[in-house]
Design a protein around this ligand. Structure first.
Ligand code: GDG
Length: 474
């Protein structure tokens, strides 16, 4: 797909503008060295694509590489605007302020956040270029939907220039308690940046409550119920739990090829009695080390029987950030220790895959697993838990789920755990691995109903409907 550039003097006809850290396409080199854009499938794109098409929308984002701004182009039948980041901005804004300041701070300081004034300056500059692109693209009275912690200053920066637009913001990760948030030297600027929006969406009610408290404490504003008064405006902060395209994923899981592949996976694992599965970005928020610790102890205590296997997909993530390199070593040492102690020639108790897979392979893995392990120490939602449920159309399987995920509020049929409590985690894994088919069905049915009814389209409709009406969520 080649970019079709529109001329720079094009009017700005877009009534719907998505501003997200990343573009919904990946860049590769065409045969002549020109940019070639391929769709990068993801929940957000499939949720927003219909709205984008209906309302003549545009998506503003970054390609993921350092280099000049690709500007306005068309790819995959969507209008896109690529923001350019220099190598220094990638280092200071993306790897620095986003991934080494905000990410650990917003995940309850599981890793220590670093505060550097140079990184903050880069954050302000990059947020300004996203905001300017939104201002340039928005038609009079347009709706602008800004996403995530990388762009928290954009709502205010847009509002300063455009009083005519409606601005929504959705935070995909947790919003921390005030005692933690207060560490941020730029806490007031961040709160004020967000308060440029008309509606602020969070994953859980607790996140919205934390934000309201931060508005009082860091910005000295008055809140009433779920609203903050900002001059003559009222800003609402509420929970809109994100979800997945459950029907599309179930369709993939039902394909003959995918079901056959699931059988092949079990065969390749030597037909174990129980397959445990973990699928995560290799991130310290996901609780992979505690999971391995619990599993290793269960093997030592022989509580899962001899024919058990853990498949752990840890897809590569943020490999240039120090804490992620350390985590990789910790995880890989733990895996080799368990395999060193319990493997036999030809079979290993942990299959560790530091790779990324196509969606079909992911669906086959979900189908092949008896027990899904989600043990995040902190997670805004955790879509993996919902994907597992969507794939289990025969209502079998069991989910062990950390109570520190947004998904725990909705997936009440899971075995909920405190991942810091290793004994509790071990008991939950044993109960999930030895569940009766009738109990599994009852729990899975409950979870499937929730995930199928509250899918990602429902999430987008509910957020945009609330933004349009200016009233609270249903
Ligand atoms: C953030 C928040 C919130 C993973 N490996 C592969 C692959 N994946 C896909 C999964 C899932 C997605 O990536 C991961 O989503 P999560 O929700 O689990 O976590 P984050 O990436 O941390 O996302 C999180 C989310 O935003 C949405 O608001 O839920 O709390 O942290 O969809 O399937 N997909 C493919 N190959 C892989 O190897 N194809």
């Amino acid at each position: 797909m080649s970019p079709m550039r529109t001329t720079p003097d094009d009017p700005s006809p877009h009534r719907f503008v998505v501003v997200a850290s990343r573009l919904p396409v990946d860049r590769s080199e065409g045969p002549g060295g020109e940019a070639d854009w391929r769709p990068s499938p993801g929940g957000l794109v499939s949720a927003l694509e219909p709205v984008m098409r209906e309302s003549g929308g545009v998506w503003i984002g970054w390609s993921g590489d350092a280099g000049p701004a690709p500007g306005l182009f068309r790819a995959n039948d969507l209008d896109l605007v690529g923001i350019g980041l220099s190598a220094e901005q990638v280092r200071d804004y993306y790897e620095g302020f986003c991934n080494a300041t905000l990410w650990p701070l917003y995940h309850d300081v599981i890793a220590p956040p670093e505060f550097h004034r140079r990184w903050w300056d880069a954050y302000v500059t990059v947020n300004r270029s996203f905001a300017q692109a939104a201002v340039d693209q928005a038609a009079p009275g347009a709706t602008i939907w800004v996403h995530d912690y990388q762009l928290q200053l954009v709502p205010q920066m847009v509002r300063e220039q455009r009083a005519d637009v409606r601005i929504g913001f959705f935070n995909h990760i947790p919003f921390p308690g005030y005692e933690i948030f207060a560490q941020l030297p730029w806490r007031r600027q961040v709160v004020n940046g967000l308060l440029g929006a008309d509606l602020l969406g969070f994953q859980r009610r607790g996140d919205a409550a934390n934000f309201l408290r931060a508005s009082r404490r860091a910005a000295g504003l008055v809140t009433r119920g779920s609203t903050v008064r900002v001059g003559d405006r009222e800003v609402r902060a509420a929970a809109f739990p994100i979800s997945i395209d459950a029907a599309a994923l179930e369709q993939i899981a039902r394909r003959d090829t995918v079901r056959k592949r699931a059988d092949e996976i079990r065969l390749a694992l030597d037909e174990p009695h129980t397959v445990l599965l973990g699928i995560d970005r290799l991130d310290y928020t996901k609780g992979i080390p505690v999971r391995l610790r619990a599993y290793g102890e269960l093997l030592r205590e022989d509580r899962l029987g001899p024919r058990v296997v853990l498949v752990q997909v840890a897809s590569p993530s943020r490999e240039r950030v120090g804490a992620y390199r350390v985590l990789r070593d910790v995880v890989e040492q733990a895996v080799s220790r368990i395999n060193g102690e319990y493997a036999e020639v030809g079979s290993a108790p942990v299959h560790y895959l530091h790779q990324s897979y196509p969606r079909e392979e992911m669906a086959a893995l979900y189908l092949a697993a008896d027990v899904m392990l989600v043990t995040s120490l902190r997670d805004g939602m955790n879509l993996v838990a919902k994907e597992y449920v969507a794939c289990r159309y025969d209502e079998s399987g069991a989910l062990v789920l950390s109570e520190f995920t947004g998904a725990a509020d909705e997936l009440t049929g899971a075995f909920l755990v405190n991942p810091h409590d290793i004994e509790g985690l071990k008991d939950a894994i044993v109960r999930a691995a030895t569940i009766s088919p009738a109990d599994a069905r009852r729990r899975m049915r409950l979870m499937r109903r929730r995930v199928c009814e509250h899918d990602v389209a429902h999430w987008a409709r509910s957020f945009l409907g609330t933004l349009a009406s200016g009233s609270g969520p249903a």
